[in-house]
Design a protein around this ligand. Structure first.
Ligand code: GTP
Length: 303
């Protein structure tokens, strides 16, 4: 019987930097890694941002692998095992509780083939500075509490030591900084798997989030799109996807927005039209209004 394949579960709130972290891990080239990528929305953007750097990649979308997609996760794990990877990394959706994923990994069908090396959580330092109440969010807390290690992202040039100490002490978790070299020896040491994995308290609260998956064959005007995203930003946790602009024919862009911070960069692959995912709080994000405004923009009807 071959040795169990090490698994790393990467969790963290919407837009915290999970895909960015995983791409770094894959770029390290130290192992043949297969990836399973779960996007909360029905359009899996992350899988396209990872594809090409990895041995095998499977996308699971439109739900959470910690709850509604647990069966799909099991099937995906069996599929990637067929590629004989040296390690598997699972990117949870930004609203997942990692304990639901760990529960799946312990399934009798798989446990002999896999070994959970660690669960880690990305924490967006910029988001905590701007929205300190995030640390009281039950989903955010479940992600940190269910992780063996935390990684602070987006600390910029600032001194993140106070936040590291606060999180480390508050959650009894070892905290790293993504500005430093990846601690590969720690990630794959098998020292993880000790986080609180009591399935009794799993936070399965995806219903408080609302998402819009919007696609259009037509390009959008840059100014109108930017204005619309500025209007929607207060109600959104996250927006991402590919946008074709009228002003830049044949040069689609990858659009990313976390909180109010938006970026555009050239898409790595050709993309026709637009494909966007917008995620907000159910009570404040008016999905139909956003859909209507995006469609009006694409049809040239926007004011
Ligand atoms: N400045 C800075 N930006 C970062 C860092 N990590 C991620 N980002 C940016 O933050 C945005 C979201 O990053 P992702 O890696 O896609 O975040 P995610 O957690 O995978 O997002 P979801 O899967 O949608 O929850 C992107 O625009 C990234 O370029 C970081 O350490 N520093």
């Amino acid at each position: 019987m071959s040795a169990p394949v090490p698994v790393i579960v990467v969790t963290g709130f919407l837009g915290a930097g999970k895909t960015t972290f995983i791409n770094r891990l894959l770029d390290s080239g130290q192992r043949r890694i297969a990836a399973i990528v779960n996007d909360f929305g029905a359009i899996n953007v992350d899988v396209e941002l990872i594809e090409g750097q990895v041995d095998a990649v499977i996308g699971l979308d439109n739900g959470c692998i910690c709850c509604s997609l647990q069966g799909d996760l099991l099937r995906a794990l069996k599929q990637v095992l067929a590629h004989d990877p040296e390690a598997i990394v699972i990117e949870a959706s930004g609203v997942s509780d990692p304990r639901g994923i760990v529960q799946t990994l312990a399934d009798p069908v798989l446990w002999a083939d896999l070994r959970l090396d660690c669960t880690l959580c990305l924490i967006d330092a910029e988001d905590i500075a701007e929205t300190p109440e995030r640390m009281d969010d039950p989903v955010w807390r479940a992600q940190v509490q269910g992780s063996d290690f935390a990684f602070l992202s987006k600390a910029g040039d600032g001194d993140a030591s106070a936040l590291r100490v606060r999180i480390g002490a508050g959650f009894r978790v070892r905290v790293f900084d993504t500005r430093d070299a990846l601690p590969m020896d720690v990630l794959f040491s098998g020292a993880g798997g000790t986080a609180a994995h009591d399935p009794a308290g799993i936070v399965q609260d995806a219903s408080r989030f609302a998402s819009l998956n919007w696609e259009s064959a037509a390009p959008l005007p840059f100014n109108g799109f930017q204005r619309l995203m500025e209007d929607l930003a207060p109600a959104l946790y996250r927006a991402k996807g590919f946008v074709s602009l009228i002003e830049r024919p044949g040069a689609p862009l990858l659009f990313q927005m976390v909180g109010r911070r938006a970026t555009f960069e050239p898409a790595a692959k050709p993309v026709a039209g637009c494909r966007l995912v917008l995620i907000g709080a159910r009570e404040t994000f008016d999905v139909e209004m956003a859909r209507g405004r995006l469609t009006a923009l694409a049809e040239g009807d926007a004011p």
